[in-house]
Design a protein around this ligand. Structure first.
Ligand code: ADE
Length: 246
């Protein structure tokens, strides 16, 4: 997969060179390129923003540097058979979920446009729809200073789903949100620590009982922390053997 990120703070994306995603790039599983939006300006001051029409606080990102940057990124990948997806991180976007991460992991090319200030001139997204599938996406109901931190999160969530990135693909199966519930609690040695014991069932060696206990814990935890998820949860979608816990 190819991922392009356009930002006025390319250094913000440096952590993507670390850990699993950095390794995926080294191994050729991911072709990640970060671009400086200011390289696509034409004035002496490398201006990327201006005051908003209609008044109001803050500045708005100008359309032309964005059009130049996005056109360059789209033209740079002549091999793509489908339109790349342009993800615009924004608190006004659709929610980025694990399901969205799976969907996006199947794409050939993703482009992230990191807005700053009050956002990007809306006409950029209209214009870009000719060359990209445009998806404004939000990490959650809170406001960040710009799209860069959201891109770090989204690229990690998407990148780890690419074949070969996570060493043991089994670990992708039993984790939070993989089946609509939160993950069960986990423990490691020692079995007794500061007067706290690991739940006895986990030491029993009875795999059926362990699986059932874990399912119950997932359910209990989800009910306590995320009742909104439980409202949408459908046990009928689980494999038959797993349904007995509910
Ligand atoms: N940019 C600013 N706030 C954001 C959020 N909540 N999600 C994604 N991008 C953002």
């Amino acid at each position: 997969m190819r991922i392009d990120v356009v930002s006025i703070f390319p250094d913000y994306l440096a952590p993507l060179e670390l850990s699993l995603i950095g390794k995926a790039c080294q191994d050729g599983l991911l072709d990640l390129r970060v671009h400086d939006l200011r390289d696509f300006t034409t004035d002496r001051h490398r201006t990327v923003d201006d005051t908003p029409y209609g008044g109001g606080a803050g500045m708005v990102m100008k359309s032309e540097p964005w059009a130049q940057a996005l056109a360059s990124v789209a033209a740079g990948n002549t091999e793509a058979a489908t339109k790349p997806v342009l993800i615009v991180p924004s608190p006004a976007g659709e929610r980025f979920t694990q399901a969205a991460a799976h969907e996006l992991a199947a794409e050939e090319q993703l482009v992230f446009a990191c807005g700053r200030y009050e956002g990007i001139d809306e006409r950029v997204m209209e214009w870009a729809a000719e060359y990209f599938t445009v998806r404004p996406m939000s990490l959650g109901d809170y406001v960040l200073n710009g799209g860069e931190v959201a891109v770090l999160a989204m690229v990690e969530a998407i990148g780890r789903l690419l074949p070969g990135v996570v060493g043991n693909p089994e670990s992708l199966v039993e984790e939070s949100h993989s089946d609509g519930l939160l993950e069960y609690p986990v423990y490691t040695k020692p079995s007794s620590w500061r007067d706290r014991e690991v739940p006895a069932v986990l030491l029993s060696g009875n795999h059926g009982k362990i699986a059932q206990w874990r399912r119950h814990e997932q359910y209990r935890r989800t009910a306590e922390r995320r009742p909104d998820l439980l409202a949408e949860f459908d046990a009928a979608k689980l494999p038959r053997a797993d349904r007995t816990a509910f």
